[in-house]
Design a protein around this ligand. Structure first.
Ligand SMILES: *Cc1c(COP(=O)(O)O)cnc(C)c1O
Length: 231
């Protein structure tokens, strides 16, 4: 049995309060932080709840699961891919997601640009950066980010909204804090170097969203705090 809408609404209210409190401490406007509901492993009702609550978008980490769920949903909501993308799924992802947050190679950039071109659209994306230097995580090395962005800016069917990172798992909150700060600093440097705004900083999940907001996150990706644990 999936959770009731009332349960979801209470949890979403609590997450928004947590975001607002973190914004208040950091002197930020809560309107500058979007809550992305991560619906992976949950039924299509999860996306319907998010839409009913008024959230603008949901996140899925597997292409196939996202495509199938979206097809079963009548909710007017945007779908974002937040999980690792394999080359052979790039075309499918470009066709079915409104934005891809997990682009971490020149090869993927080229494939997504070609697919978006064939579909006669412009695809929004974020560059995923392994800002925590975590050997277990996907994402481009920070040192490769300029080269990725330089390539991305030459591709006509892509729109680069900003950067995304996942903090390494650690008992030390300093690890996540430093990861988020370094993603923001990288964004600031790239924006100056290339003269593009890169407004989006997708960082923070259930366990570390307050830290991420303190470091400038504009989008927190939250699953567990909204829908409960995944099996
Ligand atoms: C699953 C997932 C999340 C959400 O994690 P929670 O801890 O459940 O909030 C966020 N980002 C990515 C990339 C994920 O895969």
């Amino acid at each position: 049995m999936f959770i009731a809408y009332e349960t979801f609404r209470e949890r979403a209210d609590a997450v928004r309060e947590q975001i607002a409190a973190a914004c208040h401490r950091a002197g930020r406007d809560p309107g500058g932080v979007q809550l992305l509901a991560v619906t992976k492993t949950h039924p299509p009702a999860a996306a319907e709840y998010a839409a009913r609550y008024g959230l603008p978008a949901v996140g899925e980490n597997r292409v196939q699961e996202g495509v199938e769920k979206r097809a079963q949903c009548t909710a007017a909501i945007r779908w974002e891919l937040i999980g690792h993308l394999q080359s052979n799924k790039a075309r499918l992802a470009a066709a079915h997601f409104d934005r891809v947050q997990s682009v971490d190679s020149v090869k993927l950039l080229a494939l997504l640009d070609r697919a978006a071109g064939e579909q006669d659209r412009r695809l929004a994306l974020l560059l995923q950066i392994n800002a925590g230097h975590d050997p277990n995580k996907f994402g481009a090395e920070p040192a490769d980010a300029p080269r990725l962005l330089e390539t991305a800016l030459t591709l006509p069917h892509l729109q680069i909204d900003g950067l995304m990172a996942i903090a390494p798992l650690s008992d030390d909150p300093g690890v996540a804090q430093r990861t988020f700060a370094s993603l923001r600093e990288l964004r600031d440097r790239l924006a100056i170097q290339f003269g593009v705004p890169l407004p989006e900083l997708s960082m923070g999940m259930t366990g570390d969203l307050a830290l991420a907001v303190a470091e400038g996150s504009t989008l927190v990706r939250v699953g567990t705090a909204l829908f409960g644990p995944r099996n």
